[in-house]
Design a protein around this ligand. Structure first.
Ligand SMILES: O=C(O)CCC(=O)C(=O)O
Ligand SMILES: [Fe+2]
Length: 307
C-alpha cells in the first residue's frame, strides 16, 4: 500500500504492505509468474474458487429478490438497466445491494492481480488511491439472450487499453466477471478472442457478431473465439481491450454473473450512477477509497458541492 493512501486514510503500519488491501488475504491472492505470462499473452486469467460457496450463496440470495426487476426500476440504490435490450437484466450499482456485494469491492482473491495489472503505483495514476471501480453490475440472462462482440486491440480507447511499459502493466480497465452459477456449454458463456487485446486489425467477422442496439447478436461461431466456462464462485479477469462478448444462452434457466470494472484512481463513473451516502458511510476506508477516490473536493466559497 502506498504511503500516501495510508496517510489519506489515517491508517497505521499494521495495514500490511504485502497483502493487497485486505489483511485476510488467502493464498490464491498472490500474483504468480504464470499469471503475468498468461495475462500478457492471452489478455485474461481464470481465477478458480475466487469466492467461497457461502459468498456465492449470499450474493444469490440477494439476486433472488432482484431478478424480477424491469429496466428503469430501482430497488434501494441499485437500478435495473439494459445496454441493448437483448442481453438480459443488468442490476447496476450492485455494490449497494448488501454486504455480500460490498466485500467484492476489494476481494482478496483478485486485489493483488488487479492492482498490478492496472498498475501506476507511485505515479499520477494512483494520486487519489490504488484503484477506482467505474461500473459494477450483476447480470441475469435467460434463454435467447446474449451480448455481441465488442472491444479488441485495434481500437482500444485509453480507458480500455492494454499497456505494458517500462516493466509495468498500465491497463486502463481490468474487469472481474464472477459466476454465481455454473456456466457451461449452452449457458451463454462469456466468449473471448485470446490475444486480441494486442490485435492491430478488426476481426473480419465482426460485422455479423458485433453488439448492436435492439439486435440479438452473439460471439457464437466467430473464428478464434472461445467460451470461458466457469463454476459458481470462479472469476474471469480480463483486460477490457480483449475482443469479447458472449454465446447465446440456449439452455433453460438463468446465467448469473457480476462484473466489477477497475481502473486508475482518476477515472470517472461510466454511467450517471453515483454511490449513495449510506454506502459511503458504511464502507471500510479501503473500500470507500476504491468506490469514490475523488470524493474529497474543494469548491470556491459559497458554491454547492456537485458530483
Ligand atoms: O456478458 C458477458 O458474458 C460479457 C460481459 C462483458 O462484455 C463485460 O463484462 O465487459
Ligand atoms: Fe464488455
Amino acid at each position: 500500500m502506498a504511503g500516501f493512501l495510508k496517510r489519506k486514510l489515517g491508517l497505521n503500519a499494521a495495514w500490511d504492505e504485502n497483502t493487497s488491501l485486505n489483511p485476510n488475504t488467502p493464498m490464491n491472492a498472490s500474483l504468480t509468474d504464470l499469471d503475468v505470462y498468461l495475462f500478457d499473452l492471452r489478455g485474461y486469467l481464470i481465477l478458480e474458487n475466487a469466492l467461497a460457496p457461502e459468498e456465492v450463496a449470499g450474493c444469490n440470495a440477494i439476486l433472488d429478490n432482484l431478478q424480477h426487476l424491469k429496466p428503469g426500476e430501482w430497488v434501494g440504490h441499485a437500478h435495473a438497466h439494459t445496454y441493448t435490450g437483448t442481453e438480459g437484466l443488468n442490476v447496476q450499482q450492485i455494490y449497494e445491494a448488501g454486504e455480500p456485494w460490498e466485500r467484492l469491492i476489494d476481494h482478496p482473491s483478485w486485489m493483488a492481480k488487479v492492482t498490478r495489472f492496472v498498475g501506476g503505483e507511485g505515479t499520477f495514476d494512483t494520486n487519489h488511491g490504488p484503484l477506482f471501480i467505474d461500473e459494477n453490475f450483476a447480470s441475469i440472462r435467460g434463454p435467447g439472450e446474449s451480448i455481441g462482440m465488442h472491444s479488441g486491440g485495434h481500437n482500444a480507447p485509453k480507458r480500455c487499453q492494454f499497456r505494458y511499459h517500462n516493466g509495468l502493466f498500465q491497463c486502463g480497465m481490468v474487469n472481474i466477471l464472477i459466476a454465481f452459477n455454473d456456466v457451461g456449454p449452452g449457458d451463454g458463456a462469456t466468449m473471448v478472442v485470446p490475444g486480441s487485446h494486442k490485435s492491430n486489425f478488426v476481426h473480419p467477422e465482426a460485422a455479423k457478431a458485433s453488439m448492436e442496439q435492439g439486435e440479438s447478436r452473439s460471439v457464437d461461431g466467430v473464428t478464434g473465439a472461445i467460451e470461458v466456462h466457469l463454476k459458481a464462485g470462479d472469476a474471469l479477469l480480463f483486460v477490457d481491450a480483449i475482443a469479447h462478448g458472449s454465446a447465446k444462452r440456449v439452455n433453460p434457466g438463468q446465467r448469473r454473473i457480476a462484473v466489477y470494472r477497475y481502473g486508475p484512481s482518476w477515472g470517472m463513473f461510466r454511467l450517471p450512477y453515483r454511490p449513495s451516502k449510506a454506502l459511503l458511510e458504511r464502507l471500510t476506508p479501503e473500500r470507500r477509497a476504491i468506490v469514490w477516490p475523488h470524493e474529497h473536493k474543494l469548491f470556491p466559497p459559497g458554491e454547492e458541492p456537485q458530483a
